[in-house]
Design a protein around this ligand. Structure first.
Ligand code: C5P
Length: 246
């Protein structure tokens, strides 16, 4: 049992609901039952490619913090332009691939810094779908963990605000990166919920205890009979285990 004194401080809306849908109707129906004070939203490549920036602007106008998960990876000027456009959409967080290199990440950061609204800029290190043989095939030596750590450090050195990673990598990364560096973790499953196609999962409370700052949670909320109740249950669990930041 964690004493009150030892309790960690967490963001009261650390849950980011992954909107893995292909049409705006389903998204708007789901979101109409959610409260922007209790969660954030993630728009990924599928939804964005179907519905475009108009849906993102609508979610932002409805008061939600939106993580635009488009994983930009291109030459520095192109990624800088894309990140500037994301800032103009009013999103709360946007991401790039650390494999795009330091100059690309620095250019992205500089583009965002010039905007009146500045989203958090985070990096994807190694996709969790990549096994060791995949890494070797594309010429990356070492194991996944070594590559993740090296790329996370490069993202931090390039001025980014954090990385997307597995909750199982967070503890080591936390020891190696500064306090202000954020860890956004998918692969979260509340106890007793379906694992779906995730391989190794962590509960929300365990992920936060390990050092995650934000939890990306999709199907345990979006496929629940009552998504609001599913979110409230997760939040209640988090709120009883941690101190909430103001
Ligand atoms: O439904 P579920 O909770 O598994 O959704 C997780 C979300 O996090 C999806 O949008 C998925 O694309 C994303 N994600 C992931 N694993 C990663 C990176 C992103 O599951 N390594």
């Amino acid at each position: 049992m964690v004493s009150e004194k030892e309790k960690k401080i967490v963001d009261p809306k650390c849950v980011i609901v992954a909107l893995d849908f292909s049409d705006s109707g389903k998204v708007l129906e789901l979101v109409s039952g959610l409260d922007p004070h209790n969660c954030r939203l993630k728009v990924g490549k599928e939804l964005y490619t179907h519905c475009g920036p108009a849906l993102v602007e609508r979610l932002v106008a409805d008061g939600f913090d939106v993580f635009l998960d488009l994983k930009f990876h291109d030459i520095p000027s192109t990624v800088a332009g894309a990140c500037a456009a994301a800032a103009d959409l009013g999103v709360w967080m946007v991401n790039v691939h650390a494999l795009g290199g330091r100059r690309m990440m620095v250019a992205a950061g500089e583009a965002v810094a010039q905007k009146p609204h500045q989203p958090l800029l985070i990096a994807v290190t190694i996709l969790t779908s990549m096994g060791e043989s995949d890494l070797h095939e594309i010429g990356l030596a070492g194991c996944a963990k070594e590559n993740v750590l090296r790329l996370a450090k490069l993202a931090e050195l390039s001025g980014l605000n954090g990385v997307v990673c597995s909750p199982l990598e967070v503890e080591v990364l936390n020891q190696q990166c500064g306090e202000a560096f954020n860890f956004v973790t998918p692969g979260i499953r509340p106890a007793g919920t379906a694992v779906n196609d995730q391989k190794r999962v962590t509960t929300p409370v365990d992920a936060l205890s390990l050092g995650s700052n934000y939890l990306v949670i999709g199907r345990p909320i979006t496929a629940a009979t009552d998504p609001l109740v599913a979110l409230q249950t997760i939040n209640a669990d988090i709120h009883s285990s941690f101190i909430l930041s103001a």
